[in-house]
Design a protein around this ligand. Structure first.
Ligand code: NAD
Length: 523
């Protein structure tokens, strides 16, 4: 890990991936600046926590109002920096955040308030127990570029409402959207030191991991996630890891081909395929496979690829050349092993350097990279299956387990199949929209991650639970304290008989024996 600790000094450049235009140059935070930000956050956090939940909810309400008022401006800033069509920026970023704020405004109070713990154990009946949810302190958030607003914002809102301060290290590719989030939060009344953005590349993230934060929420690739988990283990830093996916779509023999193919096309090409929840593998019952693949290809040919700022654009550019090269290599590998390209399969240099044509592949097999590694680009590979068991087996034959979908006209059947799939989320007859359901937990199993964001479970990650216990008879020495002897041993045996013996007589006898302990003298 030592080499990763060196903090990069210098600049990062925010670039519009549709045009190559430089949007802004920014200074990277060095290690001392990251540490200083965390220190300021620690100092500011206690006042923020002391403000109380109602006041913090009021700040969220103000943030929601401001974001709603500036929705188009924020969407345009997202499109400029990451390339996605304006409509997607509105729906999958701004709307998701407005709704996450709605969820927290309505539910944070009931989810975070103290909760009584009724006691079942007879020995402890004279006590009163409470769960108290306390903020961790300072939460570090490290976020990726593909949803540069909705990912850090949903995590930040949950952290803040629970009374934490946040230091965010956004992707080096999308710092401007993170600064936009900061300006919205500060305008709503979040103190500057309670939410801070440190701009930089991997080393700035590594500095945050090694700084005295109290918890880290990381979203990004499996490789970086593993490095972060190793560093976090060294200092027992609790982490949430939201990592990559290779989400399967299972199209059963009774599926509606028209609806399922439209879903596959949207699920594979939304955000130019650069979503952790993208449809990356499609398993279709053999009887429907050819018509399904052809329908996908026909619909894909109608997609308008271009600059996301044009409201007619369906699919924007990819984020950068490196990502295009990965897509290219996966498609080339599939073609060389016999995959059929139904449409796409090439770059679109006439539009700019980062455009790759939405691609549908048929005749793919499970040993191809396109079916095993995260592609994170606009490719929809379709594979035929003989039955549900085979489709479930193939869906589960992956190191990833983020989400999946099942397509059938019979929702009950869909639910039965969904329960057999190893994933954090399985949708029946929809894809990806789970990310916009603020009540639903988001997160994966296997290499897709650890922990959850969003909803009740996402909010629980932002607090540590303290168990508070008060004895109702402060003047009484406990019956189990020192001053043992044979009598006490027999009394305790009786006490166990009273609670757990299978027949009534043994229970009554045990109760009689146990009562003697009340008069026993204790130290
Ligand atoms: P990435 O792992 O390259 O980078 C993510 C973040 O980590 C960036 O801010 C980066 O600067 C930072 N980073 C890099 N090296 C670091 C280090 N050594 N220590 C600390 N921080 C470091 O990922 P990416 O390319 O930005 O994002 C794409 C990946 O994210 C895909 O795999 C995608 O599936 C995944 N993702 C997952 C989810 C989810 O919710 N599960 C959501 C979106 C994206």
């Amino acid at each position: 890990m030592a080499s990763e600790l060196q903090v990069g000094v210098g600049k990062i450049v925010s670039v519009n991936p549709a045009t190559g235009e430089i949007l802004r140059e920014l200074e990277c935070a060095d290690e001392s600046e990251v540490l200083a930000a965390v220190e300021r956050a620690h100092i500011a956090q206690s006042a923020w926590a002391d403000l109380g939940l109602e006041q913090r909810i009021a700040v969220l309400r103000e943030f929601q109002r401001n974001l709603y008022a500036r929705k188009s401006e924020v969407a345009a800033a997202i499109t400029r920096e990451v390339g996605k069509p304006l409509a997607e920026a509105l729906v999958t970023e701004v709307l998701v955040v407005l709704d996450a704020a709605r969820f927290l405004i309505h539910n944070a109070f009931s989810l975070l308030r103290d909760e009584p713990v009724p006691h079942g154990n007879l020995v402890t009946k004279l006590k009163r127990g409470w769960l108290v949810r306390e903020p961790h302190g300072v939460i570090g958030i490290i976020s990726p570029w593909n949803y540069p607003f909705s990912i850090p914002a949903t995590e930040t809102l949950a952290a803040l409402v629970a009374g934490n301060a946040v230091v965010l290290k956004p992707s080096e590719l999308t710092p401007l959207v993170a600064l936009e989030l900061a300006s919205l939060l500060h305008a709503a009344g979040v103190p500057e030191d309670v939410f801070q953005v440190v701009v930089g590349e991997g080393p700035a993230g590594a500095a945050l991991v090694h700084s005295p934060i109290n918890k880290l929420v990381f979203t990004g690739s499996v490789g970086t996630g593993k490095r972060i988990a190793a560093a976090a283990a060294d200092r027992l830093l609790p982490v949430v890891l939201e990592l990559g996916g290779k989400d399967p779509m299972l199209v059963l023999d009774d599926a509606d081909v028209d609806v399922a193919s439209s879903a596959a096309v949207w699920g594979a090409f939304v955000n130019a395929g650069q979503a952790c929840l993208s449809v990356e593998r499609c398993y279709v019952h053999r009887s429907l496979c050819e018509s399904f693949a052809q329908a996908c290809a026909e619909k894909t040919k109608k997609l308008r690829v271009g600059n996301g700022i044009d409201p007619h654009t369906d699919v924007g550019p990819m984020i950068q050349e490196r990502q295009v090269r990965i897509v290219e290599s996966h498609v080339e590998d599939a073609k060389s092993r016999g995959a059929r390209v139904l449409t796409g399969g090439t770059r679109m240099p006439e539009l700019g350097p980062n455009y790759y044509a939405p691609t549908v592949l048929a005749d793919v097999t499970h040993d191809m990279r396109i079916m095993r590694e995260e592609t994170f680009g606009p490719v929809l590979p379709v594979m035929a299956c003989n039955d549900v068991d085979e489709a479930v087996g193939l869906a589960n034959d992956s190191e990833y387990g983020l989400a999946a979908s099942v397509w059938t006209r019979d929702p009950k059947r869909g639910e039965r199949v969904a329960r057999r799939i190893h994933a954090g989320t399985v949708m029946v007859n929809d894809v990806i929209s789970c990310f916009g359901i603020s009540e639903a937990p988001h997160g994966g199993v296997k290499a897709s991650g650890v922990g959850r964001t969003h909803g009740r479970f996402g909010l629980e990650e932002m607090v540590r639970v303290k168990y508070l216990d008060t004895d109702r008879l402060p003047g009484m020495k406990k019956v189990w304290w020192h001053g043992y002897g044979e009598d006490f041993r027999r009394q305790m045996e009786g006490f166990l008989d009273m609670q757990f013996a299978s027949n009534l007589t043994a229970r009554l006898r045990g109760a009689l024996r146990a009562t003697g302990t009340l008069w026993r003298s204790r130290l």
